[in-house]
Ligand binder design. Structure first.
Ligand SMILES: Cc1ncc(C[n+]2csc(CCOP(=O)(O)OP(=O)(O)O)c2C)c(N)n1
Ligand SMILES: [Mg+2]
Length: 668
């Protein structure tokens, strides 16, 4: 290996070793073994601009094995990103921009938040989809402004996770030729050698998915072999590529190389010294960056400036010739929406007695007609979720055309792929499936919330109202369970016009995900001449229907299909001479963010008789009903039977509400 390359690679290795040692916590093995491929990729292939990490047409790089974060931080520092050596010295400390695992919103140049294995690899599939989509929409025969590769570095752990099986299968199906995974094939994971549990033929598996599979046997030293493999991968346009690079975890450490001991603990002071000696380094120096290595790796700055300048030139010509598209491009990249888009939001009348999945489909289609960079899909359930965008075609991974993504029955990957599209930018996206399967998508929803990604997660078939499919298909704990995720807005709209409002809020949100929960069964559409405007949804909760004389004895608080139950109960109670107020509370998170004055004006402090009605787990409703309220819900699994009958059986009906109110009023 040429001297400068070797010096640079050892710099990457030992910076990582030193940072982990200083933190006394972290994973040195991956950076030590994967440094050669990182070096070759970043130095010889990746088009990126360290001085502008936001350059839209940069190649994307995702470190899926987020535990190897020091590899990424070393690369970012050494190639000239805004991450200083001093910051590397704060690795894993509170407030550091070099946190334990990469966080996209914290560190310039980190494209994706990774750590939960498999997510990053699937994110990369989403980035490659976004790239193709934007290429299809914006490139012109004589001007290419979107044309970049998406690289992910994946490890044994990623390869074992089911989510990467799903994501890779879809990537192969879509023929995402600009997607390249480098597999750090070191045959070691946390507990020991992969022979403990992971013995399938990965190469054959990926070949079967329709990938090009390449191998580099001497990944610790053969940088020209890695270089050639990446070149071959880039040249393949019809298939994604997997480059299996056989490496040694902890390379350079005399005692720990090739063992799981190098995986997740600092080498220890003695072994750090021994490793430095072994690699021809001065054992007394720590965080040492030789000038020649730094100058060599920082050549990325000039290369990046040049690449971006060339692109800017092309872009300027393209923009001059396509002014409307250029305006659109600008807006899409900034996460803005076209002026007047909200006028597309449908208004429903009381004649529309429809399931919220139906109104949801109409709203989504209307939005998509105004926002050409909205695309999304479902996990083989669009016939039920009603989220297909009519007339907008199926997404094609080669041309990038079409706005309906058929994910197949792959919820885990679907969520992470949508996140990848959001990380990429320039598109808005949604996913859809049954609410009960939100569990399958949850790991990605969590990361979307953590990473502030504006993805819309649509779920239909939201309660025992699903009916005959029975308890396996009837969500019970799911509403509460999604509400637990910080920074996720969860909407369960109470009628068609609330659905419109939920989508309005979702589309406007740019700093986090939104879940929209819709019914399978029909629901009435309230007469907004008689009840409050659905705009109240924007505050998370509002007084839908006031007690007849404005001084409620009881407050009925409901979401989704149970809002109409509350409305019917209000009427019955009035006939009994009991004054009740109906509050629709479709989004707890937004309501909780309102002023206390507003909250009190909706749920008055002095009215202690409160009933919540939601066909799901009751744990948590005490927050709004207080300790004297009654929560009507379902704290067991459902059952197979007609939805309406089940609601009655499980006590989610008008009679139950009236009984609860009578009980409270009598005991007061
Ligand atoms: C979903 C998930 N499960 C478990 C872990 C804990 N974990 C972190 S790294 C690791 C092993 C990864 O092995 P590999 O990808 O081969 O990395 P290497 O040991 O080669 O660095 C495990 C189990 C995790 N981060 N994410
Ligand atoms: Mg491994």
């Amino acid at each position: 290996m040429e001297k400068l390359a070797e010096l640079s690679i050892n710099t990457i290795r030992l910076l990582s070793v030193d940072a982990v040692q200083k933190a006394n916590s972290g994973h040195p093995g991956l950076p030590m073994g994967a440094a050669p491929m990182a070096y070759v990729l970043w130095q010889r292939h990746m088009r990126h601009n360290p001085k502008n990490p936001q350059w839209p047409d940069r190649d994307r790089f995702v470190l899926s094995g987020g535990h190897g974060s020091m590899l990424l931080y070393s690369m970012l520092h050494l190639t000239g990103y805004d991450l200083s050596l001093d910051e590397l010295k704060t690795f894993r400390q509170i407030g550091s921009r070099a946190p334990g695992h990469p966080e996209s919103f914290l560190t310039p140049g980190v494209e994706a938040t990774t750590g939960p294995l498999g997510q990053g690899a699937a994110n990369a599939v989403g980035m490659a989809i976004a790239e193709r989509f934007l290429a299809g929409r914006y490139n012109k025969p004589d001007h290419t402004i979107v044309d970049h590769f998406t690289y992910a570095m994946v490890g044994d752990g990623d390869m074992m996770e089911g989510i990467t099986h799903e994501a890779a299968a879809l990537a192969g199906h879509l023929k995402l030729g600009k997607l390249i995974w480098l597999y750090d094939d070191n045959r070691i994971s946390l507990d020991g050698p992969t022979s403990l549990a992971f013995t399938e033929d990965v190469a054959q598996r990926f070949a079967a998915y329709g990938w090009q599979v390449l191998k580099v046997e001497q990944g610790d030293t053969d940088i020209d072999g890695i270089d050639r493999a990446i070149a071959v991968a880039k040249a393949e346009t019809d298939r994604p590529s997997l480059i299996m690079v056989h490496t040694t975890i902890g390379f350079g450490s005399p005692k720990k190389a090739g063992t799981s001991e190098a995986h997740g603990s600092p080498l220890g002071p003695d072994e750090v010294r021994a490793t430095k000696k072994n690699l021809g380094w001065d054992p007394e120096k720590s965080f040492y960056v030789p000038d020649e290595a730094l100058a060599h790796l920082r050549s990325a700055i000039d290369r990046g400036a040049k690449s971006e300048a060339e692109w800017q030139k092309r872009f300027a010509v393209w923009a001059a010739q396509n002014p409307d598209l250029a305006k659109e491009w600008d807006m899409a990249l900034k996460g803005e929406l076209p002026a007047g888009w909200e006028s597309a939001l449908p208004v429903f009348t009381p004649k529309d007695d429809i399931a919220t999945r139906q109104s949801g489909g109409k709203v989504l289609a209307a939005i998509a007609a105004r926002i050409p960079w909205l695309l999304g899909g479902d996990a083989d359930l669009s016939c039920s979720t009603l989220t297909a965008l009519p007339g907008l075609g199926d997404f094609d991974g080669q041309t990038g055309l079409g706005r309906n993504i058929h994910y197949g029955v792959r919820e885990h990957a679907m969520g992470a792929i949508a996140n990848g599209m959001a990380y990429h930018g320039g598109v808005r996206t949604f996913t859809a499936t049954f609410f009960v399967f939100s569990d399958y998508e949850r790991p990605a929803i969590r990361i979307a919330a953590l990473s502030h990604l504006p993805v819309i997660f649509i779920f239909t078939h939201d309660s025992i109202g699903v009916g005959e499919d029975g308890p396996t298909h009837q969500p019970v704990e799911h509403m509460m369970s999604l509400r637990l995720i910080p920074n996720l807005w969860v909407f369960r709209p109470g009628d068609a016009n609330e659905v419109s409002e939920a989508y309005r809020a979702a589309m406007k949100r740019t700093d986090g995900p939104v879940a929209i929960i819709l019914s399978r069964q029909k629901m009435p559409t309230f007469d907004r001449n008689k009840v409050a405007s659905a705009e109240g949804v924007q505050k998370g909760g509002y007084v839908l229907s006031e007690a007849a004389d404005g001084s409620p004895q009881v407050v009925l608080i409901a979401t989704g299909s149970e809002v109409s139950v509350a409305m019917a109960a209000q009427e019955k109670l009035q006939a009994q001479g009991i004054r009740s107020r109906v509050v629709s509370l479709p989004c707890w998170e937004l309501f909780a963010a309102q002023s206390h004055e507003y909250q009190d004006s909706v749920i008055p402090r002095d009215v202690k008789a409160r009933v919540s009605i939601e066909a799901g787990a009751t744990l948590g409703w005490q927050r709004w009903i207080g300790d004297q309220g009654v929560a009507i819900g379902i704290d067991r699994f459902g059952a197979s039977g007609p939805g309406g009958a089940l609601m009655k059986q499980f006590g989610i009906d008008v009679d139950a509400v009236v009984r609860a109110v009578n009980g409270m009023i009598l005991s007061a």
